[in-house]
Design a protein around this ligand. Structure first.
Ligand SMILES: [Zn+2]
Length: 211
């Protein structure tokens, strides 16, 4: 079996394998090694970046940038409401199934973070509390609540724009996404469109200081 086969089924593009149930990946009805799945779209949690070749990493980065740009668009919506500009999209089989942006002040809600809103929508779209085959794209490193929700939802892969040294829970303050004692760990990619993501935040806080 070739390491990469033409897909055309589940992920159409990169994953190259069929996802036929929640118990694992199969191709032509034979169980296959997860490591040959690139996991871009189906986001199998077993896939580690280290397994990808240069070319595969390049392809993945291209896709990551495309979806992160959509998360940035969400963050801009928050900015337009004078909210801290943080945006999130959740991707399943190459499609965005959940979007969200920070509306904490507007909604008078501690819970109105971009990731929580996107997770709610994605769960509704899939009719499942698990987001096992999804990738979360978020412009800023998640807070404890959102990192917790990501773990609860069993999200296999998280792509982060820029880090949050004061409150981030994907490595800055603590690393909830790689906590061995919990029952789920995520693959994490950091720095996709990082300058755009942090640039928005810098502009927002600069504007705030002018007021
Ligand atoms: Zn949060």
């Amino acid at each position: 079996m070739n390491a990469l086969m033409d897909c055309g089924v589940a992920c159409q593009h990169y994953c190259s394998l069929m996802v036929n149930d929640r118990t694992g990946l199969r191709f032509n009805d034979s169980p296959i090694d997860f490591s040959i799945c690139l996991g871009y779209i189906c986001g199998m949690s077993k896939v580690r970046t280290a397994m990808l070749s240069e070319a595969e990493l390049g392809e993945r980065e291209k896709l990551d940038k495309r979806f992160m740009a959509q998360a940035v668009t969400q963050a801009q919506k928050a900015m337009a409401l004078d909210e801290v500009p943080i945006g999130c999209v959740i991707v399943y089989e190459g499609k965005v199934i959940g979007r969200g942006y920070n509306r904490r002040v507007t909604d008078h809600s501690t819970l109105a973070h971009a990731e929580i809103t996107a997770i709610k929508k994605a769960c509704r779209a899939l009719g499942d509390w698990r987001l096992e085959d999804c990738t979360v794209y978020v412009t800023l490193e998640p807070c404890p609540m959102c990192a917790g929700a990501i773990v609860q939802a069993r999200v296999p892969r998280v792509v982060i724009g820029c880090m949050n040294p004061k409150a981030g829970c994907a490595g800055s303050v603590v690393d909830l996404l790689h906590q061995e004692k919990l029952n789920h760990q995520c693959d994490v990619t950091i720095g996709i469109l990082g300058e755009q993501c942090s640039g928005l935040l810098k502009r927002f806080f600069a504007k705030l200081r002018e007021k």
